[in-house]
Design a protein around this ligand. Structure first.
Ligand code: SF4
Length: 465
């Protein structure tokens, strides 16, 4: 009998042994499970990474990393021990082949990018931009993006417990890097959050609030609880989603007594008011789903919130195969009770071409994963089209595969198109990575760039700071 393309086998979750890493060989389980210890021992630079990994990694890797940080990285390094421990989970740095395994590791590829990962010829798409989704243009209050008729995104803070190399909000989130300065909020945090609540009170057409950042795990719990409490008191709000990659990167935080008790209070109030609170996390690779992550997810569900869902990002070398995606979805669903929900195509930020997939590849992945998971847990592949919003990857109106341009339409107006009569007829463009195109398509792009901006003809210049 011929085997199916994907064969399901339940795999038990595994917490990799952090004691295999020289810098953490003496760390106790008690320390490891402490959120405070995790935060205090985050790896923020190459020196600290070397101290954890010891002498087993080739110096060439660190040189590659250093060059990336100097010339390409749009996010600074920030790795909680929990996340770093899931990189090359089966080897210790003293084992032969560790450096090669480090280069090949899916979590390393997006959390610790190195220069040789990036495309030399087309590191950035000519249409890449810092705020690639134009969220700041749609701020109705600083940090409150009103991009859909009934939904808003509240960026409550610009930091996270971990920084992902491909972060869509690289314009705002994290520390400056040598090649990218960061936007700074002008208003004081409490003034911004109060103004957000004021906007929602004045706009009863909004029923759904994504509370994000950054990562809500970096907002002191009492402040987050007060803000969500204020949202619960807004008559029109019916869905609240708390965005936190830290449920995976720092599950110890979501397991603290303070957070569990606070979520219980919020969940109780939400139930009384018929409001759904859900946690939305961001897991890209199956090896990130460990027993601690499962404990944190189930602890949150035990508080009485509606759901814990995953919004991953499709990234080349990380999860760009049906096997990798299905392994991840089953790890999330089986033992961590995290609902696979979306996989976004990586947005068109600078220096991201090596991570981005073409639309056709995302369509193929959607096709390949159908039928294995329950329908309610089959994630949708999404393209977040600038000025349009999230669209299923098969919703493109047209697709020019030679030039890698897909065309999309929209069915509602946002504030920036309030007076635009053509908004619902116009086609909006999204672009595949140019290096994936046939030679004729690549030539077309070179000619466009040469005509528009001769100095950028090589498309290889660093991002302006
Ligand atoms: S956790 Fe989210 S907001 Fe923070 S760096 Fe990663 S992708 Fe960006």
């Amino acid at each position: 009998m011929i085997e199916q393309p994907y064969v399901y086998r339940h795999a038990d979750l595994v917490e990799p042994d952090w004691r295999r890493l020289p810098g953490w060989s003496a760390v106790s389980s008690q320390d490891w499970e402490s959120a405070q210890w995790q935060r205090a021992h985050c790896v923020k630079n190459i020196r600290q990474l070397k101290a954890v990994l010891g002498d087993g990694v080739d110096e060439a890797f660190y040189a590659d990393l250093e060059r990336d940080q100097a010339e390409r990285a749009t996010m600074s390094m920030l790795l909680p021990p929990q996340m770093l421990n899931t990189i090359v989970p089966g080897l210790s740095p003293a084992d032969p082949g560790f450096t090669d395994a480090l280069y090949a590791d899916p979590v390393r590829r997006y959390m610790v990018p190195v220069f040789s990962d990036r495309k030399a010829d087309w590191p950035s798409h000519p249409h890449a931009s810092r705020d690639s989704l134009h969220e700041a243009e749609m701020w109705v209050v600083e940090g409150l993006t009103h991009r859909y008729p009934t939904k808003v995104l509240a960026e409550v803070l610009p930091t996270c417990p971990q920084y992902c190399g491909h972060c869509t909000r690289m314009d705002l989130v994290g520390n400056p890097t040598p090649v990218v300065d960061k936007h700074k909020f002008g208003m004081a945090r409490d003034d911004r959050l109060s103004a957000m609540i004021g906007y929602l009170q004045a706009n009863p057409g909004v029923r759904d609030v994504v509370v994000s950042g950054g990562d809500v795990a970096n907002l002191p719990w009492p402040r987050l609880e007060a803000f969500v409490g204020d949202l619960l008191a807004v008559e029109s709000v019916r869905d609240i989603r708390l965005a936190t990659k830290a449920l995976m990167g720092l599950p110890q935080y979501w397991l603290t007594d303070e957070v569990r008790a606070g979520m219980e209070r919020l969940a109780r109030t939400a139930r009384e008011r018929d409001v759904s609170i859900a946690i939305h996390t961001h897991v890209n690779a199956a090896q990130s789903v460990t027993p601690l992550v499962a404990r944190a997810s189930k602890a949150m569900l035990d508080t009485g919130i509606r759901d814990v869902r995953n919004q991953g990002v499709l990234l080349r070398g990380v999860n760009d195969s049906a096997d990798a995606l299905l392994d991840l979805c089953f790890a999330l669903l089986d033992d961590a009770k995290i609902m696979p929900y979306y996989f976004y195509m990586c947005d068109m930020i600078p220096n991201a071409e090596h991570w981005r997939l073409g639309l056709g590849e995302a369509q193929q992945l959607q096709h390949q994963i159908m039928g294995y998971l329950p329908g309610f847990a089959t994630p949708r592949m999404l393209c977040d089209v600038p000025y349009v919003g999230k669209r299923w990857v098969h919703q493109a109106a047209r697709y020019d595969t030679e030039r890698g341009i897909s065309y999309w339409t929209k069915n509602y107006r946002t504030a920036v198109e309030a007076d635009d009569e053509q908004a619902l007829e116009r086609e909006y463009e999204y672009y595949d990575p140019i290096y994936l195109l046939p030679e004729t398509g690549q030539q077309w792009w070179r000619a466009q760039i040469a005509a528009e901006q001769p100095s950028r003809a090589a498309a290889a210049e660093p991002v302006p700071a």
